[in-house]
Design a protein around this ligand. Structure first.
Ligand code: FAD
Length: 316
């Protein structure tokens, strides 16, 4: 039984590969990757170093724009070639569209937002985030085949290991029912994407009022970074549409400053790839200090303004 994976970017491929390699430990077989796009040879070379058995490269101008119809045709064609029973895509909006099409064509089950799996009584149990991150469902699927959409950030990025062969394939897409003329990524007004930021300042329930986020944003600005929230502030108080953590987004900045965040596992699993973590918390026993490289025990309302002042002085 082999596993075929597809992801869209250099950022998400290592995490999706890592999920596939974990699954292989349980079900065995080979892990093949497929890189689709135009001028994506460099991406294929990087994926080849992630411990997969082989990389299929489909590099044609007609794939420069994501079209679920063409992309699913390519994936199904390669899946057929390698006899893949498990298809893995990334669980963003595009991957979820693909998982629906692929499972429909294959007549098998699909699970989106997968964050883990295990065997129980000889059965595979897949865990996925539901209710906007408020709960985790455990699901099983009958039949031999399955399509999984793995949540980026759910698995630690795969390390470089070996160098797989890259096999180029040319796929005739034939007549299409849908022509995608333009693909415009959503613009994020004036703010940096947390996933790409080298510095992230995160605020938690230690920040009492929405207006107080100004000091968090100011600290992020002074450090040239982005700001983010723990889930209660984002989802429960409605202060932002996204949050950092297992049911939100995973970040991997060079520096993460967690302010007034207790450090529950659901939050820390989204920051574990940060290089340096600094925690500011008034409770010396807050779990975040176990996770942080540097800790400041103190009141955020005193420490943060002082930090901003000192950083501004340093910058001159
Ligand atoms: C299925 C599921 C998924 C979840 N997914 C996520 C997720 O993706 N991301 C996420 O963040 N959470 C998630 N959660 C929630 C998570 O369990 C925690 O409840 C949440 O992370 C706690 O947020 P917090 O640290 O901001 O708040 P709290 O746990 O309330 O911590 C607040 C901290 O602020 C400190 N503090 C208070 N006042 C000050 C001050 N003046 N100065 C300095 N420190 C101060 C306190 O000592 C405390 O440590 C999830 C929960 C479930 C059940």
């Amino acid at each position: 039984m082999s596993i075929l994976i597809h992801a869209f970017s250099e950022r998400t491929f290592p995490e999706i590969v890592s999920g596939a390699l974990e699954l292989r430990k349980i079900i065995g077989g080979e892990v093949y990757a497929i890189v689709i796009g135009h001028n994506v040879e460099e991406l294929a070379k990087k994926v080849a170093k992630l411990g997969v058995s082989r990389v299929y490269l489909v590099d044609q101008p007609e794939f420069s724009i994501f079209n679920p119809e063409t992309y699913s045709k390519v994936i199904l064609s390669i899946a057929d070639e390698v006899n893949a029973k498990v298809l893995i895509v990334e669980s963003d909006i595009r991957g979820k569209i693909l998982s629906g099409i692929l499972s429909g064509k294959l007549g098998c089950g699909a699970i989106n937002d997968v964050i883990g799996f295990e065997t129980r009584n000889g059965k595979m149990i897949y865990k996925r985030v539901i209710y906007a991150g408020r709960a985790i469902a455990e699901e099983e699927v009958s039949g031999d085949s399955i399509v999984l959409a793995i949540r980026p950030g759910a698995f630690k990025a795969a390390e470089e290991e070996g160098e797989a062969e890259i096999v180029k394939r040319e796929i005739q897409v034939g007549e299409l029912a849908t022509i995608v003329e333009e693909f415009k990524p959503k613009e994020i007004a004036g703010e940096m994407r947390l996933e790409d930021a080298e510095v992230v300042v995160g605020a938690g329930r230690g920040i009492r009022k929405k207006e107080d986020l100004e000091m968090i944003k100011e600290l992020a600005r002074v450090l040239g970074g982005a700001w983010g929230l723990s889930r209660p502030l984002a989802a429960d108080y409605g202060w932002a549409p996204i949050w950092i953590g297992i049911s939100g987004i995973s970040i991997k900045p060079k520096l993460y400053i967690a302010i007034g965040i207790s450090g529950q596992p659901q939050h820390t699993s989204g920051i574990r790839d940060s290089k340096i973590i600094v925690a500011i918390n008034k409770d010396p026993d807050a779990p975040i200090f176990q996770f942080a490289d540097y800790g400041i025990i103190g009141d955020a309302y005193q420490v943060v303004p002082e930090l901003i002042k000192r950083l501004k002085e340093l910058k001159g």
